[in-house]
Write a protein of this length. Structure first.
Length: 607
């Protein structure tokens, strides 16, 4: 007889401590040896996850505690990766809802909790970071209860157990004043509160593919939970789509179970087990993998639609092909189609000219992560300004709205409210949150938030925190003012000269330094005035036989403004692009020729 089993997911708002808590569960369950060296936040295995300190992909693991096998799924906290959360919740029988003792219930807390409650899951609430000096655990607990009520939780879900914990220091307790101990109370709560899978082990084998991965040796690997029956290696299986059509037939060449951070081959799996399965070439996320005699697919969770789109095009700048080795439209197409296959929140549409692709997703962060991943793989791309995806209903144009929760020092709250209202945001709530801070909640059209984050950080001297979450589709709000300043555009091709840049500094702020390779139509800075200005950054000093009356001063340039990929994408206007290569991020006009730009502007003004 197999060991008792519990399947649980850890859900929370971004940066509330999910991955750090999983690290401690590993250590205290004996998954790692005492002398074994492991990285901090071991579950964040991707390079971008380590660099940014965020979880991008949901990951499965398991620990054993007192003879019970506990499968744990660590989920992303950013709304942009919410599709991951939606899919994995169908694999588990309970959730641990982690809430920061100071920040409390945040927008993403509402999003993930709503998904869990709608599936009938009963959360265990863990108030994390209980040792924070600005902690307010009683108020936070009230916020969580109010949140559950607003999400139509049933009586059973409202009667949730509570633990107070410090994931970093590895202790949990029912006493909010505890400041030491271990995670045994949490292990015990999981065993006592989360039900066993209770699925039919004697029926026909069925399995819902929830995550898709690719391995160089095993090919496609589908991860999910066995919903009924059992499976042995080399058993005959087939894949069904949502309508019950057979996609392909094959054999289970590998069955893998999760043990700590490893995927370990096993001979068989039964209902309730979370496994990874290899052997099929076409089956994908949301398909049902089952015994060949089964014809009825398992119902999959509907996924919220994408709200933002960008155009990915072949890099056609004069510097194209010098830094990347993947520059053709075919290579870009194949890579984007592979991404859309494994990431159901992304939708790819090919243009008629076959040289560009519209990629729709959940938000700027999700698409920014995709672009950053591709540039590291050697791709060169031209990226357009993000645009929102509209809907038409009853002849009315609708656009996506987001709930925006801002925590800001009291002195900056007036500036933030003014800037948000300029972007057509409606103020919903404004209240003091302690420690000289104010929490402001807005309902804002997604359109108005594109490019605002950098300005927001400047306005709040880097101290403000902004959280966004898709809210609804609502009435179109009309024109929203974009960037106020124009840009400085290079009218020459060559290497930037310090003498010319020094003269241009009085025109505005520069994005480039001396010696930077430039081309006609490339954006080199921000104009201090609203209009675009074409300038010559290659102009050198005229040499004469006359000596100047005073000694020439050495040219000292102000350090240029360096933009990250996300900042560059947020900065550009509709007629501009970001050129992305493995080594550089450049801003440019979509039309490099100044005469073509003037014609396009005249056409736009006439329209």
């Amino acid at each position: 007889m197999s060991a008792p089993l519990r399947n649980v997911a850890i859900i929370a708002h971004v940066d509330h401590g999910k991955t750090t808590l999983v690290d401690q569960l590993f250590r205290q369950s004996g998954t790692f040896r005492d002398n074994q060296r492991i990285e901090e936040r071991a579950m964040d295995s991707g390079d971008l996850e380590k660099e940014r300190g965020i979880t991008i992909l949901a990951k499965c693991t398991s620990v054993e505690w007192n003879g019970t096998r506990i499968n744990i799924v660590d989920t992303p906290g950013h709304a942009d990766f919410g599709a991951e959360v939606e899919r994995i919740l169908s694999m588990v029988d309970g959730v641990i809802l982690l809430v920061d003792s100071a920040e409390g219930a945040m927008p993403q807390t509402k999003f993930v909790t709503g998904k869990a409650l709608s599936l009938g899951l009963r959360p265990i609430v863990v108030v994390n970071k209980i040792d924070r000096p600005d902690g307010r655990h009683s108020e936070v607990l009230d916020e969580v209860f109010d949140l559950f009520v607003s999400l139509d939780a049933n009586d059973e879900q409202l009667d949730f157990p509570v633990l107070y914990a410090s994931g970093r220091d590895g202790y949990a307790s029912e006493d909010p004043d505890a400041r030491e101990g271990n995670l045994e109370p949490l292990f015990q709560k999981i065993v006592d509160h989360v039900p066993e899978p209770g699925l039919d082990t004697s029926g026909k084998f069925t399995f819902l593919a929830t995550l898709l991965d690719r391995d160089n040796f095993m090919g496609r690997i589908l991860t999910g939970r066995v919903q009924s029956g059992s499976l042995k290696v080399n058993d005959q299986i087939h894949a069904l789509d949502a309508d019950g059509n057979v996609i392909e037939t094959g054999r289970a060449t590998k069955v893998l179970a999760f043990r700590g951070l490893e995927r370990v081959p096993v001979d068989s799996a039964q209902a309730g087990d979370i496994i990874a399965l290899a052997g099929l070439e076409k089956a994908t996320v949301a398909n049902t993998i089952c015994d060949p005699s089964v014809r009825e697919p398992i119902a999959a969770q509907p996924i919220d639609p994408p709200t933002l789109a960008m155009r990915f095009s072949v890099n056609d700048s004069p510097l194209a092909g010098r830094e990347g080795d993947k520059v053709t439209s075919r290579m870009i197409r194949d890579r984007l189609m592979r991404e859309a296959e494994t990431n159901v929140a992304i939708r790819v549409t090919e243009s008629e000219d076959k040289d560009s692709f519209e990629v729709a997703g959940r938000g700027e962060l999700q698409l920014g992560v995709l672009i950053e991943t591709m540039r590291r793989e050697g791709f060169e791309l031209g990226i357009s300004r993000p645009r929102v995806i509209y809907r038409e209903e009853d002849g009315q144009r609708l656009e996506p709205y987001e709930t925006v929760v801002i925590d800001v020092d009291d002195e900056y709250s007036g500036t933030v409210v003014e800037k948000m209202q300029r972007r057509k945001a409606d103020l919903q709530e404004m209240r003091p949150s302690g420690q000289g801070k104010t929490r402001i909640t807005f309902s804002a059209p997604s359109r108005g938030l594109i490019g605002y984050h950098g300005e927001f950080l400047s306005d709040t001297r880097g101290t403000g925190i902004m959280n966004r979450l898709f809210e609804k589709y609502g009435p179109y709000k009309g024109r929203i003012e974009g960037r106020i300043n124009g840009v400085l555009i290079s009218m020459e091709t060559g290497d930037a000269v310090a003498y010319a840049l020094n003269a241009l500094e009085e025109r505005g702020e520069l994005f480039i330094g001396s010696g930077t390779k430039l081309y006609e139509g490339m954006i080199i800075g921000e104009n201090a005035k609203p209009d675009d200005l074409e300038v010559n950054p290659l102009k050198s000093k005229q040499l004469t036989n006359f000596r100047s009356s005073g000694k020439d001063d050495a040219i000292r340039l102000t350090p240029p403004r360096q933009m990250t990929l996300e900042q560059a994408i947020a900065y550009i206007d509709d007629d501009e692009m970001v050129e992305v290569t493995p080594q550089n991020i450049r801003l440019r006009k979509a039309l490099l020729d100044p005469h073509e730009r003037k014609k396009a502007k005249r056409r736009a003004d006439a329209a």
